[in-house]
Ligand binder design. Structure first.
Ligand code: SF4
Length: 214
């Protein structure tokens, strides 16, 4: 199992209703709720972000396809909206996507473009199986610490902060194996691989104790 993002997307909120900051690869942006929901509308709300991801993924995927085909379609737009309905006692989310091309397309091209739009990565995610796992942490939980070392680095592990079902063990099993004793084998991978895995631990349970020797 490998995460899509090298660093997770981090969102934070304080007491200002309902301004959130979201950290992504190259900076931050703000999200908020509309005034009707008690926010100040300083940025897109979560529904807007969800629908935007469908719209932008669709037209980006189409742009790649159109360029590969060498078709002369300089502009594409996607108008996307969503609604909810009840079906067989279950709430179903319906997302409608209207594509508009700046130049005429043949019926055959239109059919291809619709199929490509349907297969964009975000559409696949939303129409496939999704599981959202939730873990909760708070500060000042540290009580105990174990250290593991090789010639170059020392990894510290704080059990009280460890909250996943061995997430690191599924990503770097040569090093992190909850069935073994000790469960961290510092000879199982290079120091660089171990450092990268430690950096992926979102709870702070894993950390580097000693900087690499110069
Ligand atoms: S990634 Fe961190 S919190 Fe998750 S299982 Fe490994 S040590 Fe524990």
């Amino acid at each position: 199992m490998k995460y899509k993002f090298e660093h997770p997307i981090i969102s934070r909120i304080g007491t200002e209703k309902y301004k959130c900051t979201v950290e992504w690869r190259h900076g931050k942006f703000i999200t908020d709720e509309p005034e009707t929901s008690g926010g100040k509308d300083l940025g897109p709300d979560p529904y807007t972000l969800l629908v935007s991801s469908v719209a932008t993924c669709t037209i980006t995927t189409l742009r790649m396809y159109i360029d590969r085909k060498g078709w002369d379609i300089p502009r594409i737009s996607a108008s996307v909206n969503m609604y909810f309905e009840e079906k067989d006692g279950q709430k179903v989310t319906v997302i409608d996507r209207d594509l508009d091309f700046s130049t005429p397309v043949t019926d055959e091209q239109r059919e291809h473009l619709i199929q490509i739009a349907k297969a964009c990565p975000i559409s696949k995610i939303l129409e496939g199986g999704i599981r959202i796992r939730t873990f909760a942490y708070s500060e000042n939980e540290e009580k105990e610490k174990h250290t593991y070392t090789n010639d170059e680095i020392t990894v510290a592990w704080k059990p009280e902060l460890c909250r996943h079902a061995a997430r690191c063990a599924t990503q770097l099993p040569q090093v992190f194996n909850s069935q073994a004793k000790p469960w961290v084998n510092m000879d199982g991978a290079t120091s660089q691989e171990i450092k990268e895995q430690v950096a992926r631990c979102p709870t702070g349970a894993l950390s580097l104790e000693v900087k690499p020797k110069a």
